[in-house]
Design a binder for this molecule. Structure first.
Ligand code: GLU
Length: 325
């Protein structure tokens, strides 16, 4: 890989829904982080799960970013030396890295169905980004047992996760300590050949030379699994920063509930990009008042240490400040 002298960040949306205010905040903070460090901002479309992803939604996300005034130095429509910038076109790269993991004996085939796993797990362990913790049923299969199962079912591939701790310093959430095995042996390739988010995101960030990953706090508990993959594939991990989630007055995640706060809805309500930008910066703690500003005007006030690690409560009062004349 070519030598990297510069900082590189990215926005990596999954085009399975419209861009909402939470995604917009992540995109804005990631852009500000790179622009304030003279770094490069990369757009990558995470359409690895082809059943959930839609090209029209990817196009709409790009229009939303342009409307907000967030440009990207590499990515769809711009090109760059680290493409392709759509995960759907990067399959061969993921398979190449999976082959490396296989060679170092880090993977095993798993024949369990989702129902088997649900039944075997005595209690859900609340691993937010992956559902249930896999109890390791197939890890001990002998070669013969696996061959027999292979006759009836195509396996998924799981990572052998060691029983040890891992820690890292998050740029927003601070020091994080995890036990790797708490996440269980996670899938790197599903039985239907779809590459898992965990594997794809690490391969992409590593091969694209990403030095700073800034993304939503819903992915904080994915980071230990990703650090393990960086280690197993001998790549240098980036610095991580997880932006607070937006929640409603009851603390429920906004993204899942409030379809209404998509950028296209706000645009239709006559909200200008400057007003939205200033309001987002205010909710994140970068401005004292939600005044209208352009992203470029925020570069001098950007400071990651001002961003709170607590969820951002979008109460009616906070929401109304966006619509106030
Ligand atoms: N594609 C993920 C999402 O849209 C983000 C992944 C990441 O930033 O690591 O939530």
């Amino acid at each position: 890989m070519e030598q990297q002298a510069t900082f590189r960040g990215r926005f990596a949306p999954t085009p399975s829904g419209k861009m909402h205010i939470g995604n917009a905040l992540t995109a804005l903070l990631g852009w500000l982080q790179m622009r304030s460090m003279n770094g490069q901002y990369i757009l990558r479309i995470e359409d690895i799960d082809v059943q959930r992803s839609r090209q029209e939604l990817a196009n709409e996300i790009m229009r939303d970013l342009e409307w907000l005034g967030l440009d990207w130095d590499e990515g769809p429509g711009v090109g760059g030396a680290y493409g392709p910038y759509h995960q759907a076109a990067r399959h061969a790269l993921y398979e190449r890295e999976i082959a490396k993991l296989k060679e170092s004996n880090m993977l095993y085939p798993c024949y369990c169905s989702r129902a088997d796993i649900t039944a075997a797990a005595s209690a859900p362990h609340g691993i937010a980004s992956e559902g249930f913790r896999y109890p390791g049923t197939c890890r001990e299969l002998t070669r013969e047992e696996a061959a027999l199962k292979e006759l009836h079912k195509k396996p998924s591939l799981r990572m052998k996760v060691p029983h040890r701790g891992i820690s890292f310093v998050d740029g927003i959430a601070g020091v994080q300590r995890y036990r790797l095995s708490d996440g269980g042996d996670f899938v790197v390739r599903r039985a239907d050949d779809i590459i898992s988010y965990q594997l794809a995101v690490v391969v992409d960030d590593a091969l694209m030379g990403i030095t700073h990953v800034l993304r939503g706090a819903d992915l904080l508990d994915s980071t230990p699994r990703q650090l393990l993959l960086y280690e197993a594939l001998s790549y240098q991990p980036p610095q991580f920063a997880h932006t607070p989630l937006m929640v409603d007055a009851e603390g429920r995640r906004l993204a899942k509930r409030t379809r209404g706060l998509s950028l296209s809805f706000l645009r239709g309500q006559g909200i200008t990009p400057e007003r939205l930008t200033g309001w987002l910066a205010w909710t994140a703690g970068l401005l004292d008042h939600p005044e209208a500003v352009t992203p470029a005007e925020l570069i001098p006030v950007f400071d990651l240490s001002k961003v709170s690690s607590f969820p951002i409560k979008i109460t009616d009062h906070v929401k109304n400040r966006l619509f106030e004349p």
